[in-house]
Design a protein around this ligand. Structure first.
Ligand SMILES: [Zn+2]
Length: 399
C-alpha cells in the first residue's frame, strides 16, 4: 500500500530527509581475536564512549544496546573509518558496522549529518552510533570494540603510522542493564506511528549536547514522535492545515502516577510544512508538560496545543489523566507528540532513558529510513506486545 500523498509538508517528510540507514547489527557468534596489545603504537584516532550503553527491548523482540563512540582525529590527514566490530569479553563478535551503514552512523557531533565522505578531518571529531540488536536476555555487562581505519596513501600520516591502515582495540563500553522503565502509553486509540524513535540514525537518536564542558549527553535517544495514521496517511487532503492531521487534538495522557514539575504554554500553532526555526531556547519543543514519575525519572510531552494544558506545576496526576491536546507548536513540521523519559526535568541537559509500554498491539511497521519521497509503505502485523519499546517505524494500537 503506497500513497503518494505524504507530502513534503508532513513530519514524515522531514524525517525521511535525514538519510538514515539502519545500524542494527545482527548477532553472530564468530570467534574473534580479542587483541590486547602490550606494545604502545601510534594511532590516527582516539576513541571513547560518550557514556555507558543503554538497553531497551524493542518491539522486534530484540534487546537493542545503544551507545555512541567519540572518535577524535590526531593526525594531519582525513581518517576514514572502515569498520566497527563489537565484541564480548571473550572476543566473540556480537556485531559489525561497515559500508553505507557505518557512513550513516559516523556523524558530526551536533548537526545530524554524516561526516564528509573524505573522512574525519584533521583534528576533527565524530560520533559513531552503535545499535547492537541481540537475542533477548543475552546482553553482556560490557562490550568492547575494534575500530579499523585508513589514512591516505602517501600522506604524512601514513609515514607517522608506518601504514595506511590501522586498528584501535577498544574502547570497552559498560552496559547499563537496568530494566527499562515500564509505563502506559501517552496516547489512546489506533494507528500511532513512531515517526522518529530509536534506533537508526534520525533526529532523535542523533542528538548530542555538551554539558558543563565535561560530558556529552544524548537527550533524545529514546524519544518518540507520534503521528496518527488512518490507512497509510497522516492527514486528509493536502495536509496544509493542522486540522487535517488525524492526530491533531488527541488527548495526551499521563503515563504513570506522577507530579507535574514543569509546564509551558503560550507558543502558537505552526502551519504544517512551514516550521519556523526557534529564535530562543524556550520555543524548542513548543508547549510542554514534564511529569516526575519516579526518582530521577521524568516524562516529557512537547508540541502541545496552546491553551490545552489541564495541569499546573505541583499537581498530582493519576495514570491516564488527560494532560493536554496534541498540537503543532514550537519548531515542528506538522502536528505530532514528542514523548520521552529523561533522568532530569530538562530536555537539553537530561539523558534520555529507555522505556517500555506495558501493552499495545503492534499493527504494522514502516521502513522510514528507506522510505521514498515520504511514502508510507506499511508492512502489516498484528501482535500483542508486552513490555516492549516502539522502535522507529512501529505502528501501535493503544488500549
Ligand atoms: Zn521529537
Amino acid at each position: 500500500m503506497t500513497l503518494g500523498s505524504i507530502s513534503r509538508r508532513t513530519p514524515m517528510a522531514a524525517v525521511v530527509a535525514v538519510v538514515a540507514a539502519s545500524v542494527a547489527l545482527s548477532a553472530t557468534a564468530v570467534a574473534g581475536a580479542g587483541a590486547g596489545k602490550d606494545n604502545p603504537q601510534v594511532t590516527a584516532i582516539t576513541v571513547r564512549p560518550i557514556h555507558e550503553a543503554q538497553v531497551v527491548r524493542g518491539d522486534d523482540g530484540k534487546d537493542h544496546v545503544e551507545y555512541d563512540l567519540l572518535v577524535v582525529s590526531v593526525v594531519g590527514d582525513p581518517v576514514t573509518l572502515s569498520s566497527v566490530t563489537v565484541l564480548d569479553r571473550a572476543g566473540n563478535q556480537l556485531g559489525r558496522i561497515d559500508g553505507a551503514t557505518l557512513a550513516a552512523a559516523t556523524q558530526n557531533l551536533f548537526p545530524h549529518t554524516p561526516v564528509d565522505e573524505t573522512g574525519i578531518p584533521s583534528s576533527g571529531a565524530a560520533a559513531v552510533e552503535v545499535d547492537l540488536a541481540l537475542a533477548p536476555g543475552t546482553v553482556p555487562a560490557q562490550v568492547t570494540n575494534r575500530i579499523a581505519y585508513s589514512v591516505p596513501q602517501g600522506s604524512g600520516s601514513a609515514v607517522i603510522l608506518d601504514a595506511t591502515e590501522g586498528q584501535v582495540d577498544g574502547p570497552k563500553v559498560a552496559v547499563n542493564r537496568r530494566p527499562a522503565i515500564e509505563i502506559k502509553p501517552p496516547l489512546a486509540g489506533d494507528g500511532w506511528l513512531a515517526v522518529t524513535a530509536c534506533c537508526g540514525p534520525n533526529v532523535h537518536r542523533d542528538l548530542r549536547l555538551a554539558i558543563d564542558g565535561r560530558r556529552i549527553e544524548t537527550g533524545e535517544a529514546f524519544a518518540v514522535d507520534y503521528g496518527q495514521l488512518q490507512g497509510n496517511r497522516l492527514h486528509e487532503g493536502d495536509g496544509s492545515t493542522n486540522e487535517q492531521f488525524f492526530g491533531f487534538g488527541a488527548d495526551v495522557l499521563a503515563v504513570a502516577d506522577a507530579t507535574v514539575v514543569f509546564t509551558q504554554d503560550g507558543e502558537p500553532e505552526q502551519t504544517p510544512g512551514e516550521a519556523i526555526p526557534a529564535t530562543k531556547f524556550s520555543q524548542i519543543g513548543g508547549n510542554k508538560v514534564i511529569l516526575q514519575i519516579a526518582p530521577k525519572v521524568f516524562a516529557a510531552y512537547e508540541h502541545l496545543q496552546p491553551g490545552s494544558l489541564t495541569v499546573k506545576v505541583g499537581d498530582k496526576v493519576k495514570t491516564g489523566a488527560v494532560l493536554a491536546k496534541l498540537g503543532n507548536t514550537g519548531p515542528s513540521t506538522g502536528p505530532h507528540l514528542h514523548f520521552e523519559l529523561l533522568d532530569r526535568p530538562n530536555v537539553a541537559t537530561g539523558r534520555a532513558l529507555p522505556f517500555v509500554f506495558d501493552r499495545y498491539t503492534l499493527a504494522g511497521t514502516v521502513d522510514i529510513a528507506n522510505a521514498q519521497d515520504g511514502n508510507i509503505v506499511i508492512t502489516p502485523e498484528s501482535r500483542q506486545v508486552r513490555s516492549e519499546y516502539p522502535l522507529w517505524g512501529s505502528i501501535q494500537n493503544f488500549p
